[in-house]
Design a protein around this ligand. Structure first.
Ligand code: B1M
Length: 212
C-alpha cells in the first residue's frame, strides 16, 4: 500500500496520530503536498462521507475522522501556504450559524493566507451580524461564509440582509461556498461570488479585491 493510501486508510479509522506521522513522512519523501491533500486526506474523508450517508458509520466515527483530517492539515499547512510578500487585503471568514463543519472553511483559510490575505477567522456557528461587526471592526475587504447544511444556508442570506439594513452592502465583497451551495443560490441571496473549492476561492477573492 502506498503512503498516500495509508493516509486515507488511517484517516477513515480516525487515527489522528498516525495520519499526522504519515503526512510528515510523505512530505519528508518529497511527495507533492497537493497529492497528499487530494488523494490522501480528502479521498479518505470522501469515503467517510459516503459511508455516513449510507448509515454505515455514524457521527462519532465521522468526528474522529474529522479530527484526523485536521491533524493532517496542520502538518500540511506550511507547505500549502506559500505567503506572498504583498498583503492583498483583509478577509473575514467563518462557518454560518448553526453549522459546525469547519474542514472546508479551514482549507479556504489556508488558501487565502497563501494568496496574501490577512485573515480574521471567526470559527464555526457564526451569527450573521458577527460577520458584519468583525468586518467593520477590522476594515475588511471581503466577507467569506461557508455552509455544509441545507438548513444553515439561509444564514448567508441573513448576513447579506444585515449588510443592507446597515447600508453597508456595497462596502464589502461577499463570497459563499460549501457543498450544498451553488452559483444560483449565491445570485438568489445577493452574494457577489460562489466558489466551489478552496483554491478557486483564493483566486477569485484576490482578483475581486484587487479590482475593487
Ligand atoms: Co456532517 N453532514 N453533520 N458532520 N458531514 C454532511 C455535510 C452531510 C452531507 C453528510 C451526509 O448526510 N451525506 C450532511 C448534510 C446534509 C445536508 O444538509 N444536505 C451532514 C449532516 C446531516 C450532519 C449532522 C446533522 C449529523 C447529525 O448530527 N445527525 C451534524 C450537524 C452538526 C452541525 O453542524 N450543527 C453533522 C456533524 C458532523 C461532524 C461534527 C461529525 C463532522 C464535522 C467535523 C468538522 O468539520 N470539524 C461532519 C462531517 C465531517 C461531514 C462530512 C462527512 C464531511 C464534510 C467535510 O469536511 N468534507 C459531510 C459529507 C460530505 O461532505 N461528503 C457531512 C471535506 C471538506 C474539505 O469539504 O467542507 O465541502 P467541504 O469544503 C470544500 C468545498 O465545499 C469548498 O472548499 C472545500 C474544498 O476545497 N468550500 C468553500 C467550503 N467552504 C467554502 C467557502 C467558500 C468557498 C469554498 O467561500 C467562502
Amino acid at each position: 500500500m502506498s503512503i498516500i493510501q495509508e493516509i486515507s486508510e488511517y484517516l477513515q479509522k480516525g487515527r489522528a496520530k498516525n495520519v499526522k506521522q504519515l503526512v510528515q513522512q510523505a512530505l519528508d519523501e518529497q511527495l507533492d503536498p497537493k497529492e497528499i491533500l487530494n488523494d490522501g486526506l480528502l479521498q479518505g474523508m470522501m469515503i467517510v462521507g459516503t459511508k455516513f450517508k449510507n448509515n454505515e458509520v455514524f457521527v462519532p466515527e465521522v468526528l474522529v475522522a474529522a479530527r484526523a483530517m485536521n491533524a493532517g492539515l496542520a502538518v500540511l499547512e506550511p507547505k500549502l501556504v506559500e505567503v506572498g510578500n504583498e498583503p492583498v487585503g483583509k478577509a473575514v471568514i467563518g462557518t454560518v450559524q448553526g453549522d459546525l463543519h469547519d474542514i472546508g472553511k479551514n482549507l479556504v483559510v489556508m488558501m487565502l493566507k497563501g494568496a496574501g490575505f490577512e485573515i480574521y477567522d471567526l470559527g464555526v456557528d457564526v451569527a450573521p451580524s458577527a460577520f458584519v461587526d468583525k468586518a467593520e471592526e477590522v476594515g475588511a475587504d471581503i466577507i467569506c461564509m461557508s455552509a455544509l447544511l441545507t438548513t444553515t444556508m439561509p444564514k448567508m442570506q441573513d448576513c447579506v440582509e444585515t449588510l443592507k439594513e446597515r447600508n453597508l452592502r456595497d462596502k464589502y465583497i461577499v463570497m459563499v461556498g460549501g457543498a450544498p451551495v451553488n452559483d444560483s443560490f449565491a445570485k438568489q441571496i445577493g452574494a457577489d461570488y460562489y466558489t466551489p473549492d478552496a483554491a478557486t476561492a483564493a483566486e477569485v477573492a484576490k482578483k475581486a479585491v484587487t479590482e475593487k
